[in-house]
Design a protein around this ligand. Sequence first.
Ligand SMILES: [Zn+2]
Length: 451
Amino acid sequence: MRGRWTPSPELERAAEYLAARLGRAGLKPAGDSASFLQRLPLDMIQILPDSFAVWLTGHRPLRLVQRVDYMASFNTWSNWNASGQAVVVHGPLGAPAAFDTVSLAGRVLLLPGGWGNHYRRIANWKPAAIVWLDDVPAPPPGASLRGLPRPTRRAVGDTMPVVLVAYAALAPLLLEAKLDTARLRRPPDSVLRATPLGDAVMHVRGRVQHLPHIDPANVIAILEGSDPVLRNEYVVYTAHYDHLGVGPPVNGDSIRNGADDNASGTAALLAVAEAFARDDRRPRRSIIFVFVAAEEFLGLGASYFLDHPPVARSGMVANINADMLGRNWTDTVVVVGLRDSDMGLHVDRVLADHPALGLTATDSSTRPNEAPNLEGWSDHSAFIGKGMPFLYFYSGMHSDYHRVTDSAEKIDFEKLSRISRLMHRVGYAIANADDRPKWNPASYRRLVELR
Ligand SMILES: [Zn+2]
């Protein structure tokens, strides 16, 4: 399916395939006009790479090189032209700030590892621009700087410049400011701090071109609950079925298959939906299954679903998201949010009652080589944004992530089937419980109120 780019004929075929399977399973369509497809009108932009420039002035002036030192491939609708004193904001983003956040207005904020689930909080500080500090992958040889047209949503209204800058590009400045890269990546303390990058002022400039609109589809089905009252409440399962399409060739291969990201989660969700449909013992609450488009563009499909829900949003009690389930450890599944609500107790109970699943759940903080800020990592982030408790099933990072080498023969299908069973039983338990899930108050404060 040529990497299921949003938009593409192959993404359409994948949507039709999912809709046909859900129809055969006997599930109720919950898209537009009694179909399974919910069209999402998206705007399209083309970033004009030659127009982009990122540079620093001050006693150590620096001009950054695109695709080596920085990337400007984020969603934007407007042209950028911003400057401000460079300030590194470091520590856990959900933590109380050790400084007056008013002082950040008009600055260019450098965030190690990105904004996680806290984009709103950071945007409210009114910075001039946001810089996501990370490792910028070197472009494949011969790659064009000209990015593909990409979807965005004008309605999102975010016009703030957002660029990804490599730690390495700023190494001398970070050193001078006594900021250690390893400590920035994994902050040891529990307070948020702000450190100016000396006297450096950062400048960001770039232009985008607007293209005709597109309308890819989320694929949505509902299973009605059995209880006359509780059936008006919904557990919402999500998995994105889009991926990154075709890119510059690497060793003769140009298709980013997205087998793990996220054919694995899509297959799991389809299996879960079919298992619910086959079972005569309906849970008391209803279930919504959402196969999401345009996740790879900052979760556009999930946020559209939540802004245009097929049922009242107040009735949605929880989100269970699946994204990348097929790699790494045979005995462990990462469940982000495990201790952020009482839903983790259902996970504990299912695992204790079903040792044959052969899985231990971790909330990821105990595993090495994990990306930080997993709460903001996938479609569950949009649900957290609406205050909904969540569980995000995940099987860890690998070196094939977003590359042409994320291919099907590397998937551990046996483990994928066990995680699917776990997700089914956990969702069943949540949908059947007397009470709707409750946030752990400290997590609610960190992830929702301080978002
Ligand atoms: Zn993904």
